[in-house]
Write a protein that binds this ligand. Structure first.
Ligand SMILES: NC(=O)c1ccc[n+]([C@@H]2O[C@H](COP(=O)([O-])OP(=O)(O)OC[C@H]3O[C@@H](n4cnc5c(N)ncnc54)[C@H](OP(=O)(O)O)[C@@H]3O)[C@@H](O)[C@H]2O)c1
Length: 187
């Protein structure tokens, strides 16, 4: 794989669940806003971030909200064809192909950050890659019925202090407590 660095972002509950029946197991509006803010924000206003996701994650986003606005959406799939997706969505066979695609001249200079946004297998492959820098992990302090789970975070990742724009204290919405955590690969 090329040497482009990427970060991963996920919300997982106490039993490490991330999804149920193609959707999120919970409704946390502020957490979704955090996801949008983190994956969209750029330092250079002429650039955009790329979001890389598996086929099921993409189709789990409500139709009216996909592709994720203000970001270059890259979908990983070996079964979809170009016509199954809107013209501005990029289709790649695997993570390696997606990262290489971002290095092509038409994207190289307009992409600022690369975010891996799920699901399970994509997260696993991403965390095993030497190019994975950080895991932005929302720790939801409750158990939910789930059918999709977050893989173990490799021991090479250590908890670090949150960035200045990431709330450090425990959040609460609809009686559900959660906290934004950042794990970074130690060198
Ligand atoms: N809580 C969170 O933060 C969060 C984040 C993301 C998703 N989710 C939830 O997770 C569920 C979807 O995740 P999922 O794990 O079931 O599916 P997924 O990873 O989104 O999609 C799986 C599909 O992606 C393609 N793919 C390409 N490269 C892959 C790779 N390296 N590993 C695995 N798949 C790859 C394959 O498509 P083909 O079969 O077409 O080849 C595979 O069948 C939904 O419930 C969604 O709401 C939650």
């Amino acid at each position: 794989m090329s040497n482009a660095k990427f970060n991963l972002i996920v919300a997982a509950c106490e039993n490490m669940g991330i999804g149920l029946k193609g959707d999120l197991p919970w409704r946390l509006k502020s957490e979704l806003k955090y996801f949008s803010r983190m994956t969209t924000k750029v330092k250079d206003p002429s650039k955009k971030n790329a979001v890389i996701m598996g086929r099921k994650t993409y189709f789990g986003v409500p139709e009216s909200k996909r592709p994720l606005p203000g970001r270059v959406n890259i979908i990983l799939s070996t079964t979809l064809s170009r016509e199954d997706l809107p013209g501005d969505v990029i289709l790649c066979k695997d993570l390696k192909g997606a990262v290489e695609r971002i290095q092509q001249p038409d994207l190289r200079d307009i992409i600022e950050n690369i975010w891996i946004v799920g699901g399970s297998g994509v997260y696993k492959e991403a965390m095993e890659s030497p190019n994975c820098h950080r895991v932005y992990f929302t720790e939801i302090k409750a158990k939910f019925d789930c059918d999709t789970f977050f893989p173990d975070i490799p021991k090479t990742f250590k908890l670090v202090e949150p960035d200045h724009d990431v709330p450090a204290d425990v959040q609460e919405e609809n009686g559900i407590k959660y906290q934004y955590r950042i794990y970074e690969k130690s060198r």
